[in-house]
Design a binder for this molecule. Structure first.
Ligand SMILES: [Mn+2]
Length: 626
């Protein structure tokens, strides 16, 4: 059924009057994001590269950079140790590109997700030691590796940890620890991600002009003080992929990163984007392009094969190599998508058999460990209840738990049933676990008993609406003003608008299987076209001339050079009485259709570029793929 709409409180008149230069719609959006002073408004609307914090504000940055220059001078072996997700892979690439710019060779080590698991491990460091490495720089990991730090200290390896994870136990005794989440750290922004921290280290090196000039053997006038800007596209990718708040320093990093991406220096990144069907110069590249198109491709390597493939792509130096690697990654990603869809549908078959049990526990020996996290997330959303999805092995079963919108504390639950577990970890909404296969049934029984004792509440399906649009807001200039809020992400989500009491002027089902809804509505003297992906099931409830309210995102459709404002529908509210009549008979059917819709919505890469393609393809009768 449709969701309950919650509209943000209206901006108070006295604040509205402080900003006569802004469209009131924009003031409203800023206000609901907590931005209501002149300074904050300026900072937010005009992110300035020069407002990035000085990397040397990190307590250990000075000693880390000195040590790196010393290693360069002495031609010591340097290695970057990274994790396998998009944040870590881009963080690694940032350092690789920086060292390459300085003419220094550095090695890379990324553990295998399946054989080694996340983070630093002693076996890997034994190998690293045997290779004669004496300086290791970690990116996006290492904060809690007390044992590895000890090993390094005992084996004459200097360990520089750059990370952004919380310190959960003792602080490792490393050579340097650069982590904004370290409670003792004074760096002013704790939201930068693994790639943000590695960029800070890169920038700190590059800021030391004399050293750079000497190392590169260039004339002082050839020193490029802002060369680090070329790294910002990589920084934007990792930052968006890790879903950290885009309100602080990350806003500047991502805003500039997206601009730089259109001119990227990195052949492999360019090829990856083009392989995904995006025209790097003409299409709008935004945080959704990263979230739905770029990051999943980088992550796919580590999920199905090895993250080394993605890193090799991001640091590729020749065109042929970039094409080969990008094609390979595209292929891995296609397999990742197909496999995920297959696992989701098999998991749904299992879930249906579990009826109204409060928690779902699903497993199969055919589900890939690298994908069960994505599947658990989808199943939890789909059924609106906590889901645990495992790859079942002979003796142990490993997988992920997600709680969706429920308030269930999965880690507390796992703690209560840990007698059946080999290991587990995570936080309230998401966890990883390994269970004894012989005890899966007992484990599920214990989880259900825990759930009975700790009722699961899944909140009502609420849609947060940023603002109600009036006729005056439905113009291209208004839309362009709203774009000043980009890039969107955590803390600054893409605005969702409502248009209330509009009149239906036309509607039809479109798309290859008539699955989408095209809707034309009128408010006052303004007509606006809407597109509802996979919402054609609503068509039987529409009537010409009827009053409806719609909620969705604004977008611009360019067709034959003409720009037109459109709304991408998220939800529709019908007139009260009509709704009441239809609910009873159509309820079940619609619930089913909505479940379907959620799956499709998840699958749909709704970058602006792809949405546009979808619409064009409807006209051409072609199929699209995400
Ligand atoms: Mn990270």
């Amino acid at each position: 059924m449709s969701k309950e709409w919650q509209i943000q409180p209206a901006v108070p008149k006295e604040i509205l009057e402080q900003f006569p230069e802004l469209r009131s719609l924009v003031t409203q959006l800023l206000y609901s994001r907590g931005i209501d002073s002149q300074d904050r408004v300026e900072w937010f609307l005009n992110p300035d590269y020069h407002n990035l914090y000085d990397p040397f504000l990190f307590t250990d940055m000075g000693i880390a950079v000195d040590r790196i220059w010393e290693a360069i001078e002495n031609k010591e072996k340097i290695l970057v140790y990274a994790d396998y997700d998009a944040d870590a892979v881009t963080a690694n690439a940032v350092l690789q590109q920086t060292f390459r710019y300085l003419g220094v060779d550095v090695a890379s080590y990324i553990p295998d997700r399946f054989a080694e698991g996340y983070g630093l491990n002693l076996e890997a460091f034994q190998k690293i030691k045997d290779q004669g490495v004496n300086l290791v720089i970690t990116v996006d990991c290492g904060t809690n590796s007390v044992d590895v730090a000890e090993f390094c200290a005992a084996n004459e390896i200097d360990l520089i940890i750059t990370d952004h994870h919380e310190i959960t136990g003792a602080t490792p005794e490393s050579f340097a620890l650069i982590n904004p989440k370290n409670p003792e750290e004074v760096y002013p922004d704790d939201q930068i991600t693994g790639v943000g921290v590695s960029y800070k280290l890169a920038k700190a090196l590059l800021m030391q002009a004399e050293k750079v000039i000497e190392q590169k053997q260039i004339e002082p006038e050839d020193y490029q003080p802002e060369w680090d800007k070329w790294l910002l596209d990589l920084v934007a990718i990792g930052t968006v992929a890790d879903c950290h708040s885009l309100m602080g320093e990350n806003r500047i990093l991502v805003k500039f990163g997206l601009k730089v991406m259109q001119k990227t220096k990195w052949l492999g990144l360019r090829q990856l984007i083009e392989n995904a069907g995006i025209d790097i110069l003409k299409d709008n590249i935004d945080s959704q392009t990263i979230g739905f198109t770029i990051a999943p491709r980088i992550n796919a390597a580590g999920r199905l094969e090895h993250a080394d493939v993605a890193l090799a792509l991001l640091v590729a130096t020749d065109f042929a190599e970039a094409i080969t690697l990008a094609n390979r990654l595209e292929d891995i990603n296609r397999r990742r998508r197909d496999l995920t869809n297959r696992i989701v549908s098999e998991a749904r078959e299992q879930a249906e058999l579990l009826g109204d049990r409060k928690v779902l526990l699903l497993h199969s020996d055919e589900w890939a460990k690298g994908l069960v996290g994505i599947v658990a997330g989808r199943i939890a959303d789909l059924y609106n209840k906590p889901a645990i999805v495992l790859e079942r092995g002979d003796t142990e079963s490993t997988g992920s738990a997600r709680v969706g919108t429920s308030n269930f504390d999965i880690v507390e639950c796992l703690k209560a049933v840990q007698e059946h577990l080999v290991k587990f970890g995570g936080h309230k909404q998401a966890a990883g676990l390994t269970a004894k296969t012989s005890e899966l049934e007992a484990l599920y029984g214990a989880i259900l008993r825990y759930a009975d004792a700790h009722p699961v509440e899944s909140g009502p399906a609420v849609l947060n609406i940023d603002a109600e649009l009036t006729e005056n807001d439905l113009t291209l200039p208004a839309y362009e003003d709203v774009l000043l809020l980009e890039p969107y992400g955590a803390g600054n989500t893409r605005p969702i608008f409502a248009i209330n009491n509009a009149k239906v002027e036309g509607f039809k089902a479109v798309g290859q299987t008539q699955q989408h809804l095209q809707l034309k509505i009128v408010i006052g003297d303004t007509t606006i076209d809407c597109i509802g992906f996979s919402m054609a099931y609503l068509a039987p409830r529409l009537d010409f001339g009827a009053k409806i309210s719609v909620a969705g995102e604004l977008m611009v459709d360019t067709w034959q050079g003409i720009k037109k404002l459109k709304m991408r529908l998220i939800d529709v509210h019908f007139e009260q009485e009509k709704e009441a009549q239809i609910v009873t008979e159509a309820d079940k059917e619609i619930t089913e259709a909505e479940k379907e819709l959620q799956v499709v919505a998840q699958n749909l890469s709704n970058t602006a570029a792809e949405i546009n393609k979808e619409i064009i393809n409807q006209t051409n009768g072609e199929t699209t793929s995400n």
